[in-house]
Design a binder for this molecule. Sequence first.
Ligand code: G1P
Length: 286
Amino acid sequence: MKAILLAGGTGSRIWPLSVGTNKHLLPVYDKPMIYYPLTTLMLAGATEILLVTNPEAQLSMQKLIGDGSQWGIKIEYVIQDRPSGIPEAFLLAPSRFHGSPVALMLGDNLLYGMGLGESLRTHVGAEGAKIFAYQVANPSEYGIVELNQSNKPINIVEKPSKPTSNLAIPGLYFFDHSVFERAKELKPSPRGELEITDILNSYLCQNLLKVQILERGTAWLDTGTAESLLAAGEFVRVIEERQGLKIGCPEEVSLRVGLVTTAQFYDNLSNIPSGSYKKYLQSISI
Ligand code: G1P
């Protein structure tokens, strides 16, 4: 499956943390933020990922992730010069991507839950668009979806001041190939950006949008503000310390989903300096 991972933007909401580095390289406890959505996409079956970064971040991002071959995937990079909205990613994607279904994930979103990878794999390649809904206490800060009594979507709004639903839309979307054409039709919103909710509404109008409510056992965290960044780090630390298992570890995920052989996994280990991360990888029994 092809996927787009969005790691552009200016990180204005966490200034000055984002001045010297790209927000998506900041730590969420023991790993760079980008590892979490990246591994979610790997668990969902992505093998070809387009990583959208801002110009300053591309080199650091390449240093961290490379071309993905060490984890059995292919990573390509594209630059978003200025933050013009999430759907711009579809316009920046190389023509090879057009004509294929694609998953899109925002680089500051963290999803964690039992059997999530397996469940995400079922969404790949379906006709139309598939999104998730997650109950939150602060719906005005997100794109929200209103459902009717049969849980069918009837309304989607970006950051409403008076929300008619407390179901936020997490930053993981599955689209059919038509998303690339739909993105070309978009006009900037009053805040001057192309809005992902406009893409979703174009599917909704044609009755081609499916919504799955994420179970309450699933954790969806975004890490776009100082508070949410700290909360996400604490969440990861508590779960990892309790279970002795890491969240968002690409070396481990690549082995578990069969993207690399055991020999490749151990080869990757030889390039990791001694420390707790390496110790953990040495300890996992598959
Ligand atoms: C973006 C989207 C919003 C979505 C959110 C998820 O908002 O525009 O629809 O609910 O991501 O994190 P942002 O947080 O980038 O302002």
